[in-house]
Ligand binder design. Sequence first.
Ligand code: SF4
Length: 227
Amino acid sequence: MFSHNREEAEAKRIHAIFDLLKQQYPGAKTALHFANPFQLFVATVLSAQTTDEQVNRITAKLFPRADTPEKLARMKQAELEGYLKGCGLYRQKSRFLIEASRIILEKHGGNVPDTFEDLVALPGVGRKTANVVLSNAFNKPALAVDTHVFRVSRRLGLASGKKVEQVEEELKALLPPHEWGKVHHRLIAHGRRICKALKPQCGHCVLGPYCPSRHKTKSAQAKTKAP
Ligand code: SF4
């Protein structure tokens, strides 16, 4: 009986958190600019260790020159590096994008693949990038765990796993598939605006009453640093 009540209280707490996130960030979506799946693919690969604003500045110049796998596959690496210079790991990303474009042309008929397995088989594409592309470009149920999603969901007690894959599975188990992509964007928005890595703004956080890490900044930091 006691344990049943506890489970019920926990389910209500989690429900309240997701409801409040929905209210707070009703239109949360990717900040990356793109017009088709290939552009989103390129922007997502570039976004590792680079802000979305910086990626948008880079792609605003790159896409008029090369916005298809055909054009990108034909670019010389040195030229692409020139476009990507403002971006972390730009040499590696240039190589990955040219190689991935060739594979997209040769193996996928010039279309970005729309399955997790095919996406992670492309150079430079990890679990997070594949999930972002599936969710944002193809509207498929996928939940990408980035540094914000990892930190915020662990602070909120929505997940406890120490690995990205574990946190992804824990979050997915709490939500219907059609909510996975939206919750990804809402947790990112909350992490950027309120539940910041170094100084979470617990005093301004509507989730405070439901958050086990409220005002425990130091221990929250230690426990929630992304791997
Ligand atoms: S109460 Fe603090 S730790 Fe909890 S979600 Fe809000 S900002 Fe983050």
